[in-house]
Design a protein around this ligand. Structure first.
Ligand code: PAF
Length: 280
């Protein structure tokens, strides 16, 4: 059965009030739609853990630093609802912009430190947009658990930080990245790749895996990075925003691996920005 779709905050609250009164736990999966197996795995994790599951779909204008990117972001709402059918979510919340940013909205949440590097350095304002909308979705849904993919690992750390800092009573759960058979991390942006670019895209993950193996054998990022970048560019990527090793919690830059370290990458393929990260 297709889950009911709620478009207003009042309607959402009317439903969650009934669930709360019955002492049911609520899990939320915040998304911007264009759902793929990665999102569905988050919805399944929520289904397994919570009495009630809400998937939110809101293409948040505040986190797009580039108007073309916002305009081109895939919007596939009906398909999204159908994809969620087999999982049995309880509600799909698709708020209009006025339900999130009503007239006079004037608050911005900034998470310092964690947002200075990686995607924060190349996408100014992006994490302020994320950090402003996510607590709203937490508070609007009054969820007990929230599910985020490790694919957006920096986002996951930012969300954990803000939930702790703002005393939002929610447990943030990170779920593993889901990959295509050829290793490409699933992302709504993959839909924007032409067939020719799609064939080249897995090189990013391939190079990162080779770097991981070399790091585990004692190599340093200083020694590995020039060659790794050259391989990515040679495969057809036009630009690399970053290819770095960082601590998994504080995201501080590393040259040699240590427990919890991850390799992070963002690179452009035919005008599409792909990001990925893997544990070392
Ligand atoms: O990861 C996303 O899709 C978005 O950044 C999120 C968490 C739904 C906030 O808009």
């Amino acid at each position: 059965m297709i889950a009911p779709i709620e478009q207003t905050l009042a309607g959402l609250r009317a439903r969650t009030a009934l669930w709360r009164r019955a002492y049911e736990t609520i899990g939320v999966v915040p998304t911007m739609g264009a759902l793929h197996q990665g999102h569905l795995s988050l919805a399944r994790a929520a289904r397994a853990r919570c009495d009630r599951v809400i998937v939110t779909i809101f293409v948040n204008p505040k986190q797009f630093n580039n108007p073309d990117d916002l305009e081109n972001y895939p919007r596939t709402e009906e398909d999204d609802a159908r994809k969620l059918e087999s999982i049995g979510v309880d509600l799909i919340y698709v708020p209009g912009p006025d339900q999130i940013y009503p007239d006079g909205f004037a608050t911005t949440v900034t998470v310092a430190g964690l947002t200075d590097m990686l995607c924060g350095a190349t996408r100014p304002g992006h994490f302020d947009g994320v950090a402003t909308v996510v607590p709203k979705l937490f508070l609007q849904t009054s969820a007990d658990f929230a599910f985020f993919g490790e694919k957006d690992y920096q986002q996951l750390q930012v969300v954990r930080r803000l939930a702790a800092d703002l005393d939002i009573p929610i447990e943030v759960i990170g779920c593993p990245t889901i990959r295509e058979e050829d290793g490409l991390a699933m992302s709504s942006r993959n839909l924007l790749l032409s067939d020719r670019s799609r064939i080249k895209a897995p090189v990013l993950a391939e190079v990162m895996e080779e770097m991981r193996d070399a790091l585990l054998s004692g190599a340093t990022m200083g020694a590995l990075t020039p060659d790794a970048k050259a391989r990515i560019l040679h495969a057809g990527f036009s630009d690399i925003d970053y290819l770095e090793l960082r601590g998994g919690e504080d995201l501080q830059l590393l040259n040699q691996t240590k427990p919890g370290a991850r390799i992070f990458a963002a690179a452009w393929l035919a005008g599409v920005r792909l990001i990925d990260n893997i544990a070392v």
